[in-house]
Design a protein around this ligand. Sequence first.
Ligand SMILES: Cc1cc2nc3c(=O)[nH]c(=O)nc-3n(C[C@H](O)[C@H](O)[C@H](O)COP(=O)(O)OP(=O)(O)OC[C@H]3O[C@@H](n4cnc5c(N)ncnc54)[C@H](O)[C@@H]3O)c2cc1C
Length: 385
Amino acid sequence: MQESTSPETYELLRTSVREFVSKEVMPLASGIDKQDEFPVDVFRKMGRLGFLGITIPEEYGGSGMDYVAQAIIEEELGYASASLALSYGAHSNLCLDNLYRNGSGYIRDNYVPKLASGEWIGSLCLTEPGSGSDALAMKTTATTVGDRFVMAGSKTLITNAPYSDLFLTYAKTGESHTAFVVLGNDSGVSRGAKFDKMGMRGSPTGEVFFDSVELPENRIVGEYGKGKDIILGGLNSERVILSFIFIGLARRALELSLKYATERKQSGKFLYQFEMIQEKLAYMYTRYETSKLLADKALSALAADPMNSLSAAATILHVAESAEYIAREAIQIHGGIGYVRGSEVERLLRDAILGQIGAGTTEIRKHLVSLALVKNYKSNNRIPD
Ligand SMILES: Cc1cc2nc3c(=O)[nH]c(=O)nc-3n(C[C@H](O)[C@H](O)[C@H](O)COP(=O)(O)OP(=O)(O)OC[C@H]3O[C@@H](n4cnc5c(N)ncnc54)[C@H](O)[C@@H]3O)c2cc1C
């Protein structure tokens, strides 16, 4: 478990991330979306400021903080640019944090500092063309040949892939799964074109191909054959941390709605004076607040038990549905102008939709929540606290 950090330190971090976001990210956010351009310089600057390696100990080039700190960064980035927050999450949580937690001394020494500083960009490669929700049905293999492994297959929908120097990649090794470090410049690694997405534009998503990529044994992450545990543990932390992107996004949508409802007049009244608009604002706020409460509880649950899939899945289920609802209502409050390309609320809704797809879909989350509830009920006859 990571060392605990004082409340004052978290507040200082939030203040410095907010300052960074308002100076460096807010002015670019609309352009990042319109041009679908990853702000690589801003990303590297986040490395120099210690944000990328926030959960990594200082001896490996990180800031020595924890998931609460990572959640703060996600929330503040998500408020300004959900797409930058998604790329941040893929690099700092899915790739780097997973790599540090499970990696050998060799991996920690050779790769972790480069990712923590932002010199390198990282991705996590799980999804394949034939296996998304059923991720363990992957077809990518790593076969033992002498003292090496030879990887063959492909991955798709990988965040940061067009820019990544390091791919934390899962492959079938016989009947089991193993995680490997694959480098962007390893012979046999290539990438497809960047996907042109409806939302999260500027967070580059792409394919990666492995054509007989030779990997020495020191590229194994964790134990050989134990990749499934890394996948499942990593998914819990991913679900909790990525929830904060959508909490930040929801805060922005509610704020823009309040601004518009208090400035715009129709029939001689401000919009907020209409009861139907008041109802919207009340439900938007309630869903935003319940999202925050649930996500804060999930952070504590994650620190206590990284394999707690009930809390992680239930949290992102509620947070993502709420963010989409809040962004949709924000457009309704803005009326026609909210529907126009380039209005901020329009971007927020397109970005919010990813919340129900990435990190396991809404349907898979419902499945996980109900399975965990039934299992718990059968053994304890009660609902977990
Ligand atoms: C912008 C973006 C970034 C991404 N980044 C990454 C990344 O960095 N790394 C990575 O590995 N992956 C990444 N993904 C992939 C993402 O994790 C998958 O898209 C997601 O897990 C769903 O898989 P799928 O798209 O193959 O859909 P499918 O699994 O084919 O699902 C299609 C539909 O069927 C439903 N469905 C499937 N199985 C069941 C079931 N058992 N019960 C009920 N309904 C079911 C789904 O909920 C969904 O509605 C990213 C995706 C996007 C869009």
